[in-house]
Design a protein around this ligand. Structure first.
Ligand code: GAL
Length: 671
């Protein structure tokens, strides 16, 4: 499959970063469309995503087809040199579907129906839904396959539905038979002799519906795996239809950022271009780190290939408790930051802010204030910057010596009703470790625990509660091969069926990490800390005995765990039995990185200035509001301003520089 840039670039034109967003012109009178495309051109928009929620327009009654309006839009965009990412409209079935076929509506775990009137009201398991979705996809693909505006397919939108209903019970059993084979094997995998849950007939097996008390965690784990897989079946079915019509065009579906409902590794493997929706909170002082993390994860899911920001907000969203706008410069900073982390497409939800419906207070690239508004002015500026960067950046890669391991199976398993502490949150732990690296100016990629890790000097495991045998053997081989490994607490506790390993932590892992015995887990309350000498631990602590030869780098002081290891080193591994406070975690990981021979991108970087190398270029991103001076070895040219800088560089509030090395004897280029 050719790259995103190759397939979406008009012939003979330079490389570019795709810029644009969801456009929902069916919400507007047609007179508005001409103004839309005029302003898109002004902003340098080269791509729009059409049709995401258009099913009830395309198929106003069962079997009817209304393509005229979309024909006109496809022609209009093409006439203005704008490419179309065409969405299948299947995330929001028309109201007639629910009325005529109530079995297409999903049921929640209490058995309540999720009705039409919002969106995503479809059961992934409903044959009727799937048949109608395939039919509209088929006709859409047949109609527009040859249209010159079409550049890419966008299947559905943020697959995120669940279903505990009868349709789901049927497909759940089918999925379980495929996974476990026999009912005996299922009973063994789920440990159903606990509380007398043994199943004697497949018909007794249900989705884990509301129950009197704690549900079987292995049952819930399989249901989460199944839900991700069933949604993936829906995606594949539509993808295969559009591929048949346009084998030369890439297909994507927009993943939610670091979301628990879809196994991102499995999904990304089925996409030609991996795309993601990312909405950092403008008020989050670490929003830039979050954006970096989503970029690193998405790039890693894409196997290092360029990826796509399918959605972000130009200003405020409308789904937080309080929704803050992005202050001047922040939208540009985060857009260019995604490019630094490997994105070849920077798109938004949505082009023009809606005047009606549930998202009328959600920002757009063209806000209610219109052409003269600040948000649109920034939209234009981002477009100019991306146009400057495209020819030099598109297609290039980002690499990292550090890999952070993450696996949805482990996330799902660890997040269970009977856990020792409801405060332990996989996503927050991964974020805390990524933030520790970000603060230490250490770039990272993500990897699945089965991936080949040998290309990384340092591997971090913030929290992999579930590790199967393959993963454990992979980690062991990585360390034996000379790799450096740092593991957080509650790693390697459970096997693939959420069965606790003998000894509480897998024996091979204990040998690797220098743990002789894990006596007890000691979770910590909100606000509770453990004194670890040079730092304070939070969230968790452990009563563990080190093996001979392992070195206690930091010990608990006082309390029940006095003298026991908080940080344990065994050869090239370290084990953290608590969560150090942010600065300490950052220092611990930086020390492990130094030992592994990993250096920050630049020395002497001020706090809040991020440096990322993409291909030959060095991106400097300032996440603070006060101007800052960055020491810089050698002579560089900033692609955004064409200025040549030597020795140091000043970045203004939310400033960005994209630097190439500039030899002293090369005459300065004038823009
Ligand atoms: C996304 C969704 C968009 C829009 C956006 C608002 O989750 O795909 O359609 O709702 O959120 O932030």
């Amino acid at each position: 499959m050719p790259s995103l840039d190759d397939v979406t670039r008009p012939p003979g034109r330079p490389h570019r970063i795709l810029y644009g967003g969801d456009w929902n012109p069916e919400q507007w009178p047609e007179e508005t469309w001409a103004e839309d495309v005029r302003l898109m051109r002004r902003a340098g928009v080269g791509t729009v995503t059409l049709g995401v929620f258009s099913w009830s327009r395309l198929e106003p009654a069962p079997g009817a087809r209304e393509f005229g309006w979309l024909d006109r839009l496809m022609d209009l965009t093409h006439d203005h040199g704008i490419g179309v990412v065409l969405a299948t409209p299947t995330s929001s079935p028309p109201p007639w579907m629910g009325r005529l076929h109530p079995e297409t509506l999903p049921r929640d775990e209490d058995g309540r129906t999720e009705w039409w009137g919002s969106r995503q009201h479809f059961s992934h398991s409903s044959e009727v839904y799937r048949r109608h979705a395939a039919a509209i996809t088929e006709d859409l693909a047949a109609r527009y396959a040859g249209h010159p505006a079409l550049t890419m397919w966008h299947i559905n939108n943020e697959y995120c539905t669940h279903d505990w209903g009868d349709e789901a019970a049927r497909t759940f059993r089918r999925w379980l038979r495929e996974r476990h084979g026999t009912l005996d094997a299922l009973n063994t995998a789920w440990g159903t002799d606990f509380w007398g849950q043994r199943y004697g007939d497949w018909a007794e097996v249900l989705p884990p519906r509301r129950a009197h008390y704690l549900r079987n965690p292995a049952h819930v784990l399989d249901f989460r795996r199944y839900t991700s897989d069933l949604l993936l079946e829906c995606y594949r079915a539509e993808r295969d239809i559009v591929r048949r019509h346009t084998p030369h065009l890439p297909v994507t579906t927009n993943l939610m950022p670091f979301w628990s409902g879809q196994d991102g590794w499995a999904w990304a493997a089925e996409e030609d271009v991996v795309s993601v929706d990312v909405y950092p909170d403008p008020r989050d002082p670490h929003g830039g780190q979050y954006n970096a993390m989503i970029g690193d994860l998405t790039r890693s899911e894409a196997g290092g290939r360029p990826w796509m920001v399918m959605e972000q907000a130009a200003g405020a969203v409308n789904w937080r408790g309080v929704n803050h706008p992005k202050p001047y410069g922040l939208n540009r900073l985060w857009a260019l930051q995604s490019v630094a982390h490997g994105a070849d497409a920077v798109c938004y939800f949505q082009w023009r802010q809606s005047r009606q419906g549930a998202e009328k207070f959600h920002s757009g690239m063209l806000g209610h204030a219109g052409e003269r508004g600040r948000v649109f002015q920034e939209t234009v500026r981002v477009g100019e910057d991306l146009a400057r960067l495209g020819p030099r950046v598109a297609g290039s890669r980002v690499t990292a010596d550090i890999a952070v391991l993450h696996d949805w199976n482990s996330w799902w398993a660890g997040d269970q009703e009977g856990a020792l502490s409801r405060r332990v949150d996989h996503a927050e732990l991964v974020r805390a470790w990524h933030r520790a690296l970000f603060d230490a100016h250490l770039p990272a990629s993500f990897a699945h625990p089965h991936h080949d890790l040998t290309g990384h000097r340092l591997v971090l495991v913030p929290h992999l509660y579930l590790l199967d045998d393959t993963a454990i053997e992979n980690l062991t081989a990585y360390v034996r091969g000379g790799g450096t490994l740092v593991c957080g607490f509650l790693t390697g506790v459970a096997d693939q069926d959420d069965r606790v390993r003998p000894g509480g932590v897998d024996a091979r892992l204990r040998a690797l990490l220098g743990i002789d015995l894990l006596h007890e887990w000691w979770p910590l309350d909100e606000g509770e800390h453990v004194d670890c000498g040079t730092f304070r631990g939070t969230l968790w602590s452990e009563e563990l005995a080190p093996a001979d030869g392992a070195e206690t780098l930091a010990a608990y002081r006082g309390g029940d765990l006095d003298g026991l290891p908080a940080v344990l080193r065994n050869g090239r591994t370290r084990y953290l039995s608590t969560l150090p406070e942010p600065a300490a975690l950052s220092e611990l990981l930086a020390a492990a990185a130094r030992e592994a021979g990993v250096r920050p991108v630049l020395d002497g970087l001020p706090a809040r200035v991020e440096a990322v190398r993409r291909g030959e270029l060095l991106f400097l991103l300032h996440h603070g509001r006060d101007p800052v001076t960055v020491p810089l070895p050698g002579r560089h040219r900033d692609l955004l301003t064409s200025a040549v800088v030597e020795g140091k560089l000043t970045l203004e509030r939310y400033g960005v520089a994209v630097l190439e090395e500039h030899a002293a004897d090369v005459p300065e280029e004038h823009p």
